[in-house]
Design a binder for this molecule. Structure first.
Ligand code: FES
Ligand SMILES: [Fe+2]
Length: 415
């Protein structure tokens, strides 16, 4: 349980709030790079700030104030130039570092006054990696970009999946350190949804441990041995908003206090008798959250999670919860946030902000699930595998994979 004040502290993401400022100290993924392929400008709301992301004709990515510095027109209706984005109202041209490059009428009639030297627009740096776009919205100096090893893999099929949820980010991220929900929400509930009445193996022991870049949870399920990967390595919460599961990342990206972008990255290595795949572009697709009757979709693992998170309320009221033994990780995670807010307010870098370029270049994380679909199995073995066989017909985690993505996936995997 938290006080109302503590709950506000952890959930508010706007500029100037304790948590909003803490989260801004880390590189944050906010889109799939391929979202800018068809239309190179996209409105983005992040941490309560209205921005536009774009890719100009030189290939520079920008993330700038959605409103033009001239008279505030909407730059998501602007157009890109060789370098920068131009407002469609009076043609001001802005570059990815916030400089104003052209003010067409002034440049013509008062070339000597250089009004543009005195104007800047808000701009945040953008990095592309693994088919995702990341930004840093905190104060200078910009920390090193943490290149997670998985984002450098080649030979497989990567895809980015996004869903926007009408609830606060923290209740989504608390789920990343909550192993017991898997037994109920994904195993037992899925059984009932399929009209079956079995119960999955029970969790009998949990382990939580802080590691570099976050925390792992480990689970022991009845019948499982102590040398099982899930007990030895577990799953990893990436501080502050990520979750890492081997061939899968999930990030709970705050849009504002009441909305969250769940941004997933999935990677599949083709069966060994199919061989490596050369991917030219990582597709991005939107996974829907409601069915045609207006109910939340419950058919896929991550959609089931959404039902829980959204159901907790727009901003979960943590003054009215009863924490239990399964919530030890949740308590540890909240404590980490409070500690890192304090560390930042004392003027230090919060934990795992990287300043050493060597340390950031390729970061290996504990990998559980690398053997699930990882080039070790033949096509026939996939077909018989309890978790992998579903991939012949459907996406395992998210509802609504479009046919064109499925076709690319099938081609990559030799299905
Ligand atoms: S409002 Fe953008 S150029 Fe005038
Ligand atoms: Fe889940």
């Amino acid at each position: 349980m938290l006080s109302a004040e503590q709950n506000r502290t952890l959930t508010q993401v706007g500029a100037g709030t304790p948590m909003g400022e803490l989260l801004r100290r880390y590189w944050t993924p906010f889109a799939g790079a391929s979202e800018l392929d068809e239309t190179p400008i996209k409105a983005v709301r992040l941490f309560g700030e209205d921005l536009v992301a774009y890719r100009d004709l030189d290939g520079n990515y920008g993330l700038v104030d959605r409103h033009c510095p001239h008279r505030r027109a909407d730059l998501s209706y602007g157009f890109v130039e060789q370098c920068g984005v131009r407002c469609s109202y009076h043609g001001w041209l802005m570059r990815h570092d916030g400089a104003v490059l052209e003010i067409p009428f002034d440049d013509l009639v008062h070339p000597q006054t250089n009004l543009k030297d005195g104007v800047r627009t808000k701009a945040y740096p953008v990095r592309a990696a693994g088919g995702l776009l990341f930004t840093y919205m905190g104060p200078a100096p910009v920390p090193e970009f943490p290149m997670w090893e998985a984002l450098t893999w080649t030979g497989g099929f990567a895809e980015v999946v996004r869903s926007e949820l009408p609830c606060n980010w923290l209740q989504c991220q608390e789920n990343s350190i909550d192993p017991v929900h898997f037994e109920w929400m994904h195993d037992n509930w899925s059984q009932r949804l399929a009209g079956k009445h079995d119960y999955a193996g029970k969790h009998i022991k949990l382990g939580f441990e802080e590691l570099d870049y976050g925390m792992v949870y480990r689970r022991m399920i009845e019948g499982m041995s102590e040398d099982s990967e899930l007990w030895l390595n577990g799953r990893m919460v990436l501080f502050p908003i990520g979750f890492y599961l081997g061939e899968q990342f999930e990030w709970r990206v705050p849009i504002d206090d009441e909305n969250t972008l769940n941004l997933c990255w999935f990677y599949s290595v083709p069966p060994k008798d199919v061989g490596p795949y050369k991917q030219h572009r990582v597709p991005t697709w939107v996974s829907p959250i409601k069915d045609e009757t207006g109910r939340w979709i419950t058919s896929h693992v991550i959609n089931q999670d959404f039902v829980a998170w959204i159901g907790q309320g727009t901003i979960a009221d943590r003054t009215r919860e009863y924490l239990a033994a399964s919530d030890r990780g949740v308590t540890m995670l909240r404590r980490q946030y409070f500690e890192e807010i304090k560390r930042k307010e004392a003027g230090d870098d919060p934990k795992w902000v990287i300043r050493d370029p060597g340390a950031a270049r390729c970061i290996k994380l504990p990998i559980v699930g690398r053997t699930m679909g990882s080039g070790e199995l033949t096509l026939d073995e996939w077909r018989d595998h309890p978790y992998l066989k579903i991939r012949f017909t459907d996406h395992r985690h998210c509802a609504g994979q479009p046919a064109w993505v499925r076709a690319e996936y099938n081609a990559a995997m030799g299905f």
